[in-house]
Design a protein around this ligand. Structure first.
Ligand SMILES: [Zn+2]
Length: 237
């Protein structure tokens, strides 16, 4: 956290969606211990075949520092869980988000069409959200914006071979973009292949500024405002 602050990163969203319910518990505990840390609670599509204590999830969701439901979504790339179970879990997570009026953090891999269809069928527009670690097209980003979803870039944006992603990042309105690290994955250049950490978000902001030919301050201001608006985090809160 200290290294992050030195790079201008002052707020943290710890995504609690790994190892079934253990990640959620850990994220909420961190958020309870540090005023600068917020949490999300969700069941990752990788865990769709596992048992999860849904009552425990509902109680975690009522914690005042829990600002989103997720990661939730579909992963057809890894195939670590049954696709049908992923869909059931995804639909239930959207319904939960609507019931508690919190935005969604979406994980989608090789599943763009089904993700969009289910978001629409379940009226996810009412709560909106963010598609994290975005890897889609400009057209898909526009479709997502139409249903109240924004997209988020990780350190992948700094990779040399990420040319189509760079085009997307340069084209999509800045108001529809957020930045993230996806710690401990996707560390930006020059840390590629190592663990990423919140301080690295500055390197992603610098890359986006370069791609759009604007200042890093403008990138920081607008993407931070987008995150605060989406998650309901006040400037001084
Ligand atoms: Zn993810």
């Amino acid at each position: 956290m200290n290294r992050a602050r030195l790079q201008g990163v002052t707020k943290f969203l710890c995504v609690g969606a790994i190892s079934a319910d253990q990640g959620a518990k850990d994220a909420v505990r961190l958020a309870g211990n540090y005023s600068a840390i917020y949490a999300s609670v969700g069941i990752h599509p990788h865990d769709a075949d596992k048992f999860c204590d849904l009552e425990m999830f509902e109680s975690l969701l009522s914690h005042p520092k829990v600002v989103a439901v997720g990661e939730t979504g579909l992963d057809y790339f890894r195939e670590w869980s049954d696709f049908k179970n992923q869909e059931v879990l995804f639909r239930n997570s959207i319904r939960t988000a609507r019931a508690v009026k919190k935005p969604l953090i979406i994980h989608t891999r090789d599943a763009t069409a089904d993700t969009l269809r289910i978001l629409k069928e379940e009226n996810a527009q009412d709560v909106g959200g963010v598609v994290h670690c975005y890897g889609g097209s400009v057209e898909t980003a526009r479709e997502l914006a139409d249903i109240n979803f924004i997209i988020s870039f990780t350190g992948v944006l700094t990779f040399k071979n990420a040319t189509s992603l760079a085009k997307v990042a340069a084209t999509v309105p800045l108001e529809n973009i957020m930045l993230e690290t996806d710690c401990p994955y996707m560390a930006p250049v020059p840390f590629r292949g190592k663990d990423s950490e919140p301080a690295h978000v500055r390197l992603i902001a610098e890359k986006l500024a370069e791609l759009r030919d604007i200042s890093v301050e403008e990138v920081a201001e607008v993407t931070s405002a987008n995150a605060r608006r989406l998650f309901g985090i006040l400037l001084n809160g």
